[in-house]
Design a protein around this ligand. Structure first.
Ligand code: ZN
Length: 248
């Protein structure tokens, strides 16, 4: 049973048929691991903590830099030089003290990923390099963890929800075998709100999944490409590549 203060805090999402009280209780019992605390991760984390996700682990070894403030809206000038995982944890505790938030000031790599994601109900990949994204994809596939990936560069953003071992659906490595993926905002540049759109999509998908589990009305294995300048969204099914070294 939710307390009266919880009902007040979460009233807007409790009204939704996609959440309701049962879904909210599932959200409150869940553990989400967010890897990468830049424009995507810092905003997605803000929404998940606001929504009452019970346990959130924040992972990033980077510090807050002046060039981050254009798009990483949870940080401000007071955070410059601070480790992102610590700075974000301190800000998010002010938002919702009932959430158990842990900060890991490390970069995800091949060795530490299995341990980082071990107890997660789902993982949000909010990193900005292809090599790390492929490692997260691989770790989540082998650990059977649902994975929500988003990325942004220029005026476009992309996203895909991956449920390991779902029939026919491919993994992120299948995607990079199929098309050339360019998602590096360091060399391509990016408009701040476009990163925010990707993070909002990612947080939405994760919350709907946490509320209803496998009964959530979301699409798995569908790659979305949005051009925010042209106001267009394209989507296609990500099928398994027979050459994939991860899911084949
Ligand atoms: Zn694959």
């Amino acid at each position: 049973m939710l307390s009266s203060s919880e009902i007040r805090r979460y009233s807007r999402q409790l009204m939704l048929p996609q959440i309701e009280e049962e879904g909210h209780e599932n959200i409150a019992k869940s553990h989400v691991v967010i890897i990468g605390l830049g424009g995507l991760g810092s905003l997605a984390a803000r929404f998940l903590v606001g929504a009452g996700v019970g346990n959130v682990t924040l992972v990033d070894g980077d510090i807050v830099n002046i060039s981050n403030l254009q798009r990483q809206v949870t940080y401000n000038e007071m955070h410059l030089g601070e480790l992102k995982a610590k700075a974000l944890l301190n800000e998010l505790r002010k938002v919702n003290p009932s959430v158990n938030i842990k900060g890991k000031c490390i970069y995800a790599d091949r060795d530490n990923l299995p341990c980082i994601i071990q107890s997660a109900h789902c993982v949000l990949d909010c990193t900005d390099t292809l090599a790390v994204r492929k490692l997260i994809n691989q770790a989540c596939f082998f650990a059977h963890k649902p994975l929500f990936i988003a990325a942004a560069s220029g005026c476009t953003w992309q996203a895909v929800n991956l449920l390991p071992n779902q029939s026919n659906a491919g993994c992120y490595a299948c995607l990079t075998n199929t098309i050339e993926v360019r998602e590096d905002c360091v060399t391509q540049g990016v408009l701040g709100p476009v990163v925010g759109m990707a993070a909002c999509h990612q947080a939405t998908q994760a919350l709907l999944f946490l509320a209803k589990g496998n009964n959530a009305d979301i699409k798995w294995g569908q790659y979305i490409h949005c051009d925010a300048a042209q106001s267009t969204i394209r989507a296609f099914a990500l099928t398994r590549s027979i050459h994939c070294k991860v899911c084949q």
